[in-house]
Every structure is written in structure tokens, then in C-alpha cells.
Design a protein around this ligand. Structure first.
Ligand code: NFS
Ligand code: SF4
Length: 655
């Protein structure tokens, strides 16, 4: 390692976000993730490569040349594969817990036990119902919803025969066939999770390939949970449409009651938005200029997409807004919430409010958030924040004056609206024609978390800029989208600054055709929502494949998680591979301890599913590899299309 690389690795200021750097440069009263990352170095190599097994308490067993087997005889490939299955299962559990909660709220709504919720998008309800052949004609919304919720719950609980409808009915026929042939189609979400956990118990499956296929089945259960999450959130809270706002710590307003919503589930954050509007006058009566809401992580993405709430920061820097001294309350639901926020809050007047029975932090306020009294609970949170604001009066706040313009809200429906202005009969052709002509080089989903093994937000940014220059149409979700929001890449100005000629022409064509509909111009990267909304990206890939008349592995579409961190990210990456996409991950996951497992992930998966993983920690090299993957597919697609045209025949789909 060079001296510069060593210094970079030891540097606590591991971010390229200027607001983050400004806060880190101060003398802080408490450690942050940036300090703790350094305290954790060096990290254990056995864990890092996946060859530490703690599945039974004879362990931990670690694989070395001198001790190549665990006490039970498990070798590296079994241990690595088993750990991978458990990681994907963790991710699938998290996403499906989120979706289950939404389904149960809808069930409560049907039974009259969730009075503060209603069906915001009857159109989406009917569109989703029709996808599953649920009759809609002459029926009330509640009747249709009852059938849909029932189907959703069955996708969670079915046992024995059958398979998940949310996979069967949302992907290409080719994929359905592939999943059935390879025996990776889940029967139901809970069945997949339970059987994967059983299969990885001590003394169970030792066959790495069988284990990896189980991981893929579980990842498809993850997709099921996510897709249900997206669909039902749209029904309940509305389908996102373009919104114009701002992002980064400059959105904190010291004159207002500042409330950050953090976590994932819109069930709470949507109610907070509603309650904040209703209690604006109470905040003013307390001496504040009003209430300023802001988002962190995916619940932030949810309320950004539907309500235009500005994102204040993303996962890695979640403790830092507290350090400004101006956050009166941070209300959290579930997932990606660092326990460190409570310690940070204790150094200031900030109140951390937990709301889920399975997410509590010692020292934090806890409100047992229930759908029967959702708005009342949300108002309690706002009042905690107003009281906290009163404590803050007269105290110093130091807020980085950094924010950027953001355009977000690109659901599939919103994208289709934009495309319809050019081609109302076949909106997707606006995109596929640009891919065919070479104006666009491909489509890439930029997704996933932050991870201090990479410089915070740097890999996200470098890859996006490189792809933009090379005319790639980009959609984004999760904390990747959070990075782009903060750093100005979701702004129209970024199109002029970074897009290549083809991409610029494409976006400007959409701008012109939609000038009367949009409040402003379109951004460089299209924000599709939270991590569960990666389902929207899959819908886009499926629409492209169907229009080309081929299966997903043949379209110039790839995904990248430049700074992946969570088990959920591994689950998402795995189903994207299973769906047939090249998936770049910018942090090497713990699989390199087995050449066999690593080979399956990066090569053999390609032969079976058409998708494969690319591990690449250098963002410049990663962008090149993504471009190569797109070019290879475009080239083949064009050759086949041209041949078909020359002989006036249907394009072959068997290559
Ligand atoms: Ni996704 Fe969203 Fe962020 Fe990663 Fe966490 S918030 S669900 S897991 S860190 S992108
Ligand atoms: Fe060790 Fe086997 Fe137990 Fe794992 S399952 S901890 S390898 S004995």
C-alpha cells in the first residue's frame, strides 16, 4: 500500500460531503461512526473473507491452512456459503417485516381499526389488483383491497404447494421459467426464510451450490417483500410524482422546530408529516417560526418522494445533524438506525424517539406507535420536539450552510407519464428507441448504502459522473440516492455539468415534451425511492425486456451498490443477479474465503441466470466494468435485431 493510500485509510475525515467534513472538523463532544471505524481497525480477516463459523457453539471455527476444517468437518466453501445464506435471510427478513407491517395496517384499515389511514391511490389499487386477476369492475375499493391484502398475506404464509404471486406476475415469462427450472421460486416469504435458517443449522446442508441456490430463493422472497412494500405504500400514501426540494444539512432551520424522521417505514413518517402540518401553530406559539421536517435513510426517501420532505443526510452521517445542536427530535422507526445517535443526542438537547417494539435504544424516549391511534402518536412526537425546541432557545447552533436542489419522485408511473408526452401509445419505446439507436448506452440502477470501507459518498459520486459522461440513463434508490440528493446530482444543473451528448439530448427531449407539466427541469439521475423501491427498477428492466422481446439477461441494464453495507443490500444484489443483471458491489462481501463460492457469484451465476456479481473497490474501474457489461449486451442485441431486420424475421431469443 502506498503512503497516500495508507493515510487515506487512516483518515477520520472519510467523506466527500462538504457538510459532513465541516461537522467532522469541529471538536465534537462524542465519537461518531467515523472515529469508531478507525478504532475497529484492523478488522478480523477471517470474518472479512467469510471463513469464520459461529453457527454452533463449538465455534467460532476459523479456517486456516493448518486447520482447514471446523470441528464438525465443515470446509471453507460450506462455511462461506452458509454465512451467505444467513446474510441474505437477514435482509429478506428485514424487508418482509416492513411489508408485513404495511399489509397488517391495510387489514386494520379494512376492519375499521386504522382510522387515520385511507386509500390514497385507488388507481394503483386497481392496477395492482388487475395484475393478479382480482376482479375490479363494479366493486368498491375496499372490496378490491380486501382481496389484494389476502393475496399479499398468502404470499407471506403459503406452505407446501404454490409460489409467490408477486414474483410470478411481475417478471418476464423467461424468468418465471428459469426460477422454476432451478427450483429457486419461493413458495412464500416466511417459508423461504424459515427453511433457509433450517438448512444452515449445524449438521445440515454442506453442499455450497445447493446452499447458494437457497440464498437465491431467499433473495426472491426478499424481492417479494419489497414489491409488496412498494405497491401497498403507493396504494396507502399515493404514487410518487416529480417533486422539487433541497437536500443536505443546510435545510436545518435554527428558527424552526427541527424534526428528523429516520428509518424505513412510511407508516410512521407519513403520519409525522400530517401531524406537523396540523401542529404548525403550536410550534409558533412556542416561539418557533414553524416546523422543519427532514429525512434520513429510506423513510426519508419515502417522504421525499411523496411529500417533498428534504433529505438532511444519509446512513453514514446520521449522527452528524445532531452535532449542529439544532435537531430538536429525531424520530426513528426501523432498520439502519445506529445506536450511536442516542449518545450523540445526550450531548445536546436532542430527543431520540423510538416507535417500534422491535427497535428500542436504551435512554431514548419510546412511543408505542400503533395504527389505531397513529395520528395521535405522531402528534405526541411533534409535541416532544416542540418542548425540546423550548430547551434549545438561546443555545448556539452551528449549521453547515450547504444544500443542493433536488428533483425526485420518479415512480414507474411518473416515468411513463414523462415518456407518454413523446410516445403516448408505447411510452417505454422512448427509452428502448434511445437504447437501440445508441443515444443511450444503457441503464444503470445506482443503489445501496454507505460503508466506511469506502470513502463516504465518493464511490457513489465517481461512478455516477463517469456513467453520465458515457450516456447512461441512471435511476437510483436508497442511500445512494441520498448521496446524489445531498451533492447536487439530482438537480437539472447536473445534466449540463455531467451528461454526455446523448444523455443530454435524451433528457432535454423529455424536458421539452413535458415543459407544461413540470415545475422545473428534469435531473441527471432519476430518484425511484427507498430500497424497497428497487422493485420499481426491476419493473423498468422488465418493461424494457418485454419491449425488446427478450429476457432480462439480454438487455443493457446493470445495477451498482458502490458502498453496500447491510444484509438487505446483499439480498437485493442477489435477486438482481438472479433476475439476470450484472451487479457491481464496491465493497467486497465476505465470500472470498472460498474460491468456489466466489466463482459461483462472479462467474457461474452468469451461465445459469445471466446475471453475475462484479466486485470492484475502485470506482473508476467499476464504472468501466459497468460500461463494458452494458456494451456487450447492446452489441449482441443490435446484432440480433439487425439480422432479424435484414431477413425480415422475428429476432432470435435463444442466444
Ligand atoms: Ni437500504 Fe435504506 Fe441506506 Fe442501506 Fe440502510 S437506509 S433500505 S440498507 S443504509 S441504503
Ligand atoms: Fe464449527 Fe461446524 Fe459449529 Fe461451524 S457448525 S462453529 S464449523 S463446529
Amino acid at each position: 500500500m502506498t503512503d497516500v493510500a495508507k493515510k487515506k485509510k487512516a483518515d477520520r475525515n472519510r467523506s466527500i460531503d462538504p457538510a459532513v467534513l465541516e461537522v467532522l472538523a469541529r471538536e465534537l463532544p462524542v465519537d461518531t461512526a467515523y472515529d469508531r471505524y478507525l478504532s475497529q481497525q484492523p478488522q478480523c480477516k477471517f470474518g472479512d473473507t467469510g471463513i469464520c463459523c459461529r453457527i454452533c457453539i463449538q465455534g467460532p471455527c476459523r479456517i486456516t491452512p493448518k486447520a482447514p476444517k471446523g470441528v464438525c468437518g465443515a470446509t471453507a466453501y460450506t462455511i462461506v456459503a452458509r454465512n451467505l445464506v444467513r446474510t441474505v435471510t437477514g435482509g429478506a427478513s428485514a424487508h418482509s417485516d416492513h411489508a408485513k407491517h404495511i399489509l397488517l395496517t391495510l387489514k386494520a384499515l379494512l376492519n375499521g381499526h386504522a382510522p387515520d389511514y385511507s386509500i390514497k391511490s385507488p388507481e394503483k389499487l386497481r392496477a395492482v389488483a388487475e395484475r393478479f386477476d382480482i376482479p375490479t369492475d363494479g366493486r368498491t375499493d375496499l372490496e378490491v383491497l380486501a382481496d389484494l391484502v389476502q393475496l399479499g398475506l398468502e404470499d407471506f404464509t403459503r406452505m407446501g404447494e404454490g409460489s409467490v404471486k408477486w414474483v410470478e406476475k411481475t417478471v418476464t415469462p423467461g424468468r418465471v421459467q428459469k426460477f422454476q427450472e432451478c427450483n429457486v421460486m419461493p413458495t412464500s416469504v416466511f417459508e423461504a426464510i424459515a427453511s433457509a435458517t433450517a438448512q444452515t443449522h449445524v449438521g445440515m446442508d454442506a453442499d455450497p451450490v445447493n446452499l447458494i441456490f437457497k440464498a437465491l430463493e431467499t433473495s426472491l422472497a426478499d424481492y417479494t417483500g419489497m414489491h409488496i412494500g412498494t405497491d401497498m405504500s403507493d396504494v396507502l400514501f399515493g404514487v410518487p410524482q416529480p417533486v422539487y426540494t433541497e437536500a443536505n444539512m443546510g435545510v436545518i432551520d435554527p428558527a424552526k422546530v427541527n424534526i428528523a424522521v429516520h428509518g424505513h417505514n412510511p407508516l410512521l413518517s407519513e403520519m409525522i408529516v400530517l401531524a406537523a402540518r396540523e401542529l404548525e401553530e403550536e410550534a409558533k406559539a412556542a416561539g418557533a417560526a414553524g416546523i422543519q421536517l427532514m429525512g434520513i435513510c429510506c423513510t426519508g426517501n419515502e417522504v421525499l418522494m411523496r411529500q417533498g420532505v428534504p433529505p438532511v443526510t444519509n446512513f453514514m452521517s446520521q449522527e452528524l445533524p445532531i452535532m449542529t445542536g439544532a435537531i430538536d427530535a429525531m424520530v426513528v422507526d426501523l432498520q439502519c438506525i445506529m445506536p450511536g445517535i442516542q449518545t450523540a443526542a445526550e450531548c445536546f438537547h436532542t430527543k431520540i424517539v423510538t416507535t417500534c417494539e422491535n427497535v428500542k435504544i436504551p435512554g431514548a424516549h419510546h412511543i408505542d406507535f400503533k395504527e389505531e391511534k397513529a395520528l395521535e402518536d405522531a402528534k405526541t412526537v411533534i409535541r416532544i420536539a416542540i418542548d425540546s425546541y423550548k430547551e434549545r432557545i438561546g443555545q448556539e447552533c452551528i449549521i453547515p450552510e450547504i444544500k443542493n436542489k433536488v428533483v425526485a419522485g420518479f415512480s414507474m408511473e411518473a416515468l411513463y407519464d414523462l415518456f407518454s408526452a413523446i410516445n403516448p401509445d408505447a411510452p417505454i419505446k422512448v427509452l428502448t428507441d434511445a437504447l437501440k439507436s445508441g443515444e443511450l448506452r444503457g441503464v444503470v440502477l445506482l443503489c445501496g448504502c454507505n460503508n466506511l470501507k469506502a470513502m463516504h459518498d465518493e464511490s457513489h459520486t465517481v461512478i455516477a459522473q463517469e456513467l453520465a459522461k458515457n450516456d447512461v440513463f441512471m435511476v437510483s434508490t436508497g442511500c445512494a440516492a441520498g448521496a446524489y440528493a445531498k451533492l447536487g446530482l439530482l438537480s437539472p444543473e447536473a445534466v449540463d455539468k455531467y451528461a454526455g451528448e446523448g444523455l443530454k439530448r435524451f433528457i432535454n427531449r423529455l424536458n421539452e415534451a413535458n415543459a407544461d407539466k413540470l415545475e422545473g427541469k428534469l435531473p441527471l439521475i432519476f430518484h425511484m425511492g427507498s430500497c424497497v423501491d428497487n422493485s420499481r427498477s426491476m419493473n423498468l428492466a422488465t418493461a424494457i425486456a418485454n419491449d425488446f422481446g427478450v429476457d432480462i439477461p439480454k438487455i443493457p441494464y446493470a445495477a451498482s451498490a458502490p458502498e453496500a453495507m447491510s444484509e438487505k443490500a446483499v439480498a437485493i444484489g442477489s435477486w438482481n443477479v438472479t433476475m439476470g443483471l450484472p451487479v457491481h458491489v464496491g465493497v467486497v462481501p465476505p465470500v472470498t474465503g472460498s474460491e468456489l463460492v466466489n466463482g459461483v457469484a462472479t462467474q457461474i451465476a452468469h451461465d445459469v441466470y445471466g446475471g453475475y456479481f462484479i466486485w470492484e473497490t475502485d470506482p473508476h474501474a467499476a464504472a468501466q466494468k459497468l460500461l463494458e457489461a452494458l456494451d456487450y449486451r447492446s452489441w449482441k442485441l443490435r446484432v440480433h435485431n439487425q439480422t432479424a431486420e435484414r431477413y425480415s424475421a422475428a429476432a432470435s431469443t435463444t442466444w
